[in-house]
Design a binder for this molecule. Structure first.
Ligand SMILES: [Fe+2]
Length: 351
């Protein structure tokens, strides 16, 4: 059985050759060949995804060709390739990127029974343009020795002057922060969200730098008492077999905010069938395959995320942090407020 592999270089060369020779058969356009494969452009980079693609191939005989790059770069590429694009599926993390893709008309609407039945409406596009495959929460972490500051319960509280000099968080150019702020706009309104961003900026322990793991290490080291990070990053320390990483994991604890009101901000990894997909039927089959119970466990645990299909328990180190109240805001709302969030960050001076 042919296995899925990273075709990043090879596949690109083949595409170039096909374009030059004008090769193609059946219903294909001049620049591509309908192969019966399914071509996935993915902004996720986990070996566990490849294992699942291989299982799909074994079961169906449909080969999965994978191209990995950053989400925005792939959107650009699909847009450039236009009708000649071999992409069948665009897959990425954070609904904010799925939103951007939809704004560029990357997806087609689908009405797939598995998508509709398996994935709660909150985690999929209303017209089936994309569907969630796993969930993650953006949460607060705190230095264990310093403890969770008294009175801190919500994201909103992070703007309170009581927490001056305590917060580490990455740059606002990152989609995770844009989606978090979008949720605050959706719940509290744009005015309050702007005051919030200003308040958090005033409470920075240091200028935003690095990614979420940098914030975790800074909190563990006591550089900041509080951090804002995506849940799965914490498992890279708390669940680590590496003694140095595990020691860092001992130094911080997770706190899920807003448990007494709307719940913690949740985002998704997700995928959609592209507008010009040459193998759309196979693409839907692959996404439906990823929504099965067994696939869900593997897909989510590969990055320490939560399965998106209800009733499937998460595995690994994140399992100890699965029992929390999640915000019920449809994640598509996060995209709707993205541009507004970027403007607020700029005005608030959040680099
Ligand atoms: Fe991430």
């Amino acid at each position: 059985m042919i296995s899925a592999r990273k075709w990043t270089a090879v596949f690109l060369m083949l595409l170039g050759a096909a374009a030059c020779s004008g090769g193609g058969e059946g219903k294909s356009s001049a620049s591509r060949t309908i192969t019966g494969d399914v071509n996935v452009y993915s902004g996720r980079h986990y070996d566990s995804d490849i294992v699942l693609f291989d299982q799909f191939t074994e079961e169906t005989g449909i080969r999965v060709n994978l191209i990995e790059a950053g989400g925005d770069a792939l959107i650009e590429r699909i847009t450039q390739e236009a009708e000649a694009s071999p992409a069948d599926i665009f897959m990425t993390a954070d609904v904010g990127i799925l939103w951007r893709a939809d704004q560029r008309d990357v997806f087609r609407a689908t009405d797939n029974e598995a998508f509709n039945q398996r994935v709660p409406a909150q985690y999929r596009h209303p017209e089936g343009k994309w569907v969630g495959l796993s969930k993650r929460a953006r949460i607060i972490i705190y230095n264990k020795e310093m403890g969770l500051p008294e009175g801190l319960e919500t994201y909103e509280d992070l703007a309170d002057p009581a927490y001056r000099g305590m917060i580490c968080v990455r740059s606002s150019s990152n989609i995770y922060n844009q989606s978090l702020l979008a949720s605050i706009i959706a719940h509290d309104g744009a005015e309050a969200a702007e005051r919030w961003a200003e308040g958090v900026v005033a409470n920075f322990a240091r200028k935003p730098q690095g990614n979420d793991t940098s914030q975790i290490e800074a909190v563990a080291a006591g550089i900041c008492r509080l951090g804002i990070v995506n849940s799965y990053y914490t498992a890279r320390y708390k669940g680590s077999k590496d003694s140095k990483a595990a020691a860092i994991g001992e130094m911080f604890e997770l706190f899920f905010p807003n448990q007494n009101d709307r719940g913690a901000h949740v985002n998704i990894s997700g995928a959609g069938v592209t507008k010009h997909a040459p193998n759309a039927e196979n693409a839907e089959k692959l996404i439906a395959f990823l929504l099965r119970d067994e696939s869900q466990r593997a897909f989510a645990s590969g990055n320490n995320e939560y399965p998106v299909v209800p009733g499937i328990a998460p595995e690994g180190p994140i399992a100890a942090y699965a029992d929390f109240k999640a915000d019920e805001l449809p994640v598509s709302a996060l995209g709707e407020h993205q541009a507004e969030a970027v403007g607020i960050f700029d005005r608030a001076g959040w680099p």
